[in-house]
Design a protein around this ligand. Structure first.
Ligand SMILES: Nc1nc2c(ncn2[C@@H]2O[C@@H]3COP(=O)(O)O[C@H]4[C@@H](O)[C@H](n5cnc6c(=O)[nH]c(N)nc65)O[C@@H]4COP(=O)(O)O[C@H]3[C@H]2O)c(=O)[nH]1
Length: 694
């Protein structure tokens, strides 16, 4: 047998190449895995497979260079090329496999076996390129051992590559280096074991000795491979940096798309995702029921309108922090819209648990919000819907929580309520009304009824109150008691109120043109209208357009509206009075008037709320005392008194006894269409020698 010998520096060089190739490969695995399903994946796979294949292959030839026989050696170019193809093919297969999702143990083992066989075949094909005569005599046991080493090394390499994918970036390079050294040792170990299996008979000659010279091949291949590996590494690092920057940018965009810019809270997109996954968990038996709390702030619009958006924003930020402070860490608080927040609380198995959360949410409003100069109280209306009881999908849950919130709003605010089925119908009607209001103004669905006010003693007509009516195309006739509060909440009362003023003025001017006696008409003004800075000018413009003298209009303001912010209202009232309008306080007795404000107000008429008239009897009683006191007070302040809701003769008798000035109510006349009202006016004019005119 020919005795081979090794040059140890070259053995180390082969180990070095194997380690560098392994390191590059492990780096590429991380790189390609991070690409996911990107279109670039296939390019990186091909590039990576060439680099890795070249690495393994050139390690083999440098290893061969370290080995010498006492005869000249060379390599057959075609077979050598095949061995390179095998190395690159095996590398492609390995890279693709390990960068494709989760790698199960079974898949890893089968792949490791195939890869090990691939590396071994590359080695033995490379050996075949020597074209020895006679053939190399292999010791079968050592040959099998070398194949086993290749297989075990491949499985270990796959496992390492897979495990390193999830390693934190900080120490990754160190782990990767250790793993690469291990892999390098395994690959060279396989090579030298394979070499140990090869026996070269004494009379061997190398038939490829005139082919590619080993020295030239090993040096050029080694050099080229190291350069390619270096270039691959640099490209990989550069691409990783680019990817990192792209990731940061994408993350920022994702954050912006899923969070509210002002409060930093999750927005409705993230909320929807979270509710969806809570529903999915529940459906797969691993989740629990959960509660959705719909929080809407009472009167937030006023803060925004009065103090400006900056202050409004500061209040919202403060509130977001307060709400978060009372919530559990696992619950989600999201900003749903302007002043609407949603809390999602999982694991709420009964109403008691939901009540506890709602109470905590309410408690965060206990202390006032600091605004410039004052501390202002703010309250929430909270609607609660429980999954799956109140809805099995996100839209139903949110709309049911919203419906429950609306019920709180319409029944006193600053509270919470659970969803009930009847609320759906109520909410649908409410939304229909709110959405139909603009069309009502535009498309002449509104009209007025008039209800006369009578002199208490002789029943002569003293004036009339214009009362709004709405003939809705689907819902029929809707009471103002229902739609006015909705219009007030949505702000649509401004345009609706303007329509009323304009219609009254138009009809008054038509009546005058038709020769009817002029009569004073009362118009209801809502608090929202009173707050409008342009109110006085708006009414003057309308009265001017129709030539209606201001004193022909009696503007009725409810007592509670007049007192809510007495200073502000008083200045509007003063302006209205100074330009000649008459003023009345409506529904008197239902609010909390301060006597001094009442005196300062100096309005012309006080209308006693019908609740007192309803229970009015001839006998001494509470209502009689109150009505008597109100009449006395009004007269002392030089105001006329009108009793509202007079329905019986007995009530009228008592009012006459108490020296009330005027009455209004179903006893003498219900609200009526303008034609009927004009007939009534004409009949009264003819019946009286001197018709009452104001
Ligand atoms: N039970 C009973 N009720 C009587 C009697 N006499 C009159 N009424 C009713 O009492 C209401 C009087 O108007 P209000 O207190 O200003 O209360 C009004 C007012 O607050 C509001 N409203 C009506 N029209 C307008 C409007 O043009 N603008 C504004 N802002 N509010 C309006 O809607 C409320 C309800 O109006 P309506 O349904 O027309 O109801 C009217 C009228 O039909 C009676 O003897 N017994």
């Amino acid at each position: 047998m020919l005795q081979g010998s090794y040059s140890y520096p070259l053995v180390f060089a082969s180990l070095f190449i194997a380690t560098i190739a392994s390191y590059t490969t492990l780096d590429l695995v991380g790189r390609i895995s991070a690409l996911g399903k990107s279109a670039y994946r296939v390019y990186w796979l091909i590039g990576g497979a060439i680099a890795m294949g070249l690495g393994i292959w050139s390690m083999h030839f440098v290893g061969m260079l370290s080995f010498s026989l006492p005869i000249p050696l060379g390599y057959d170019p075609t077979i050598t090329f095949y061995s390179l193809l095998i190395a690159c093919g095996v590398s492609y297969f390995a890279l693709d496999l390990v960068t494709r999702g989760q790698l199960s143990f079974a898949r890893m083992t089968v792949s490791g076996v195939l890869m090990g066989l691939g590396i071994a075949s590359m080695h033995y094909t490379g050996m075949a390129a020597l074209r020895m005569q006679p053939e190399i005599d292999y010791t079968v046991t050592i040959l099998i051992a070398s194949v086993l080493i290749a297989i075990v090394a491949s499985i270990a390499a796959l496992w390492l590559a897979n495990a390193l994918r999830t390693t934190q970036p900080g120490l990754l390079w160190l782990h990767r280096l250790g793993a690469a050294l291990l892999m390098g040792l395994a690959i060279t170990g396989m090579h030298y074991t394979g070499m140990a299996a090869a026996k070269f008979p004494t009379d061997s000659i190398c038939r490829a000795a005139n082919g590619i010279s080993t020295n030239w091949l090993a040096l050029s291949v080694g050099g080229t491979t190291l350069s390619i590996l270096a270039i691959t590494m640099v490209l990989s690092v550069l691409d990783a940096r680019l990817q990192l920057r792209t990731n940061v940018f994408v993350k920022r965009l994702q954050h912006q798309a899923t969070h509210d810019g002002l409060t930093g809270l999750p927005n409705r997109v993230l909320l929807a995702e979270r509710i969806d996954s809570a529903i999915a968990r529940h459906n797969s038996q691993s989740g629990t029921p959960f509660a959705v709390f719909f929080i809407d702030l009472d009167g937030f619009k006023t803060i925004n309108d009065s103090f400006g958006h900056n202050i409004g924003d500061a209040v919202l930020k403060d509130l977001a922090q307060r709400l978060q402070a009372v919530m559990r860490k696992d619950d989600m608080l999201a900003r749903f819209g302007g002043d609407e927040f949603i809390v999602l609380a999982e694991g709420v198995t009964d109403d008691t648990a939901a009540v506890r959360i709602a109470e905590k949410l309410l408690s965060s409003f206990k202390t006032g919000f600091k605004l410039p100069g004052i501390e202002m109280g703010l309250s929430p209306s909270i609607g609660i819907a429980i999954f799956p009881r109140d809805g099995d999908n996100i839209d139903t849950l949110l709309s049911h929580a919203d419906a429950a919130m609306y019920q709180v709003k319409t029944s006193g605010r600053n509270n919470y309520r659970f969803f009930e089925v009847e609320m759906n119908v109520a909410t649908l009607r409410l939304v229909t009304i709110q959405q139909g209001l603009q069309a009502a103004v535009r498309e002449n669905q509104l009209f007025l009824h008039y209800q006369p006010k009578f002199n208490c003693i002789d029943n002569s007509i003293q004036g009339a109150e214009a009362l709004l009516r709405w003939q809705h195309p689907e819902l029929g006739l809707i009471s103002p008691a229902e739609f006015i509060p909705i219009a007030e909440k949505s702000g649509q009362i401004i345009s609706v109120g303007q329509w009323v003023i304009e219609q009254v003025c138009r009809e008054l001017s038509e009546w005058r043109a038709a020769g009817h006696a002029m009569i004073r008409i009362a118009i209801n003004l809502s608090l929202v209208q009173l707050r409008s800075p342009s109110l006085v000018q708006d009414i003057l413009t309308i009265t001017g357009r129709y030539g209606v003298p201001p004193e022909m209009l009696m503007l009725e303001i409810t007592e509670s509206a007049a007192m809510e912010n007495a200073e502000e209202t008083r200045s509007t009232v003063d302006k209205l009075k100074s330009v000649g309008f008459m003023l009345a306080i409506d529904d008197f007795g239902t609010g909390y008037s301060s006597l001094s404000h009442l005196q300062d107000f100096g309005v012309h008429q006080m209308k006693v709320d019908r609740a007192f008239i309803k229970t009015l009897t001839r006998e001494e009683g509470r209502s009689r005392s109150i009505v008597s006191a109100i009449i006395g007070l009004a007269h002392a302040l030089e105001m006329e008194v009108v009793a509202e809701g007079v329905e019986t003769r007995a009530q009228l008798d008592v009012l006459q006894e108490l020296r009330c000035d005027q009455t209004q109510g179903f006893l003498l006349a219900r609200p009526m269409p303008k034609e009927e009202f004009l007939q009534l006016l004409e009949a009264a004019r003819h019946a009286s020698a001197q018709p009452e005119q104001v």
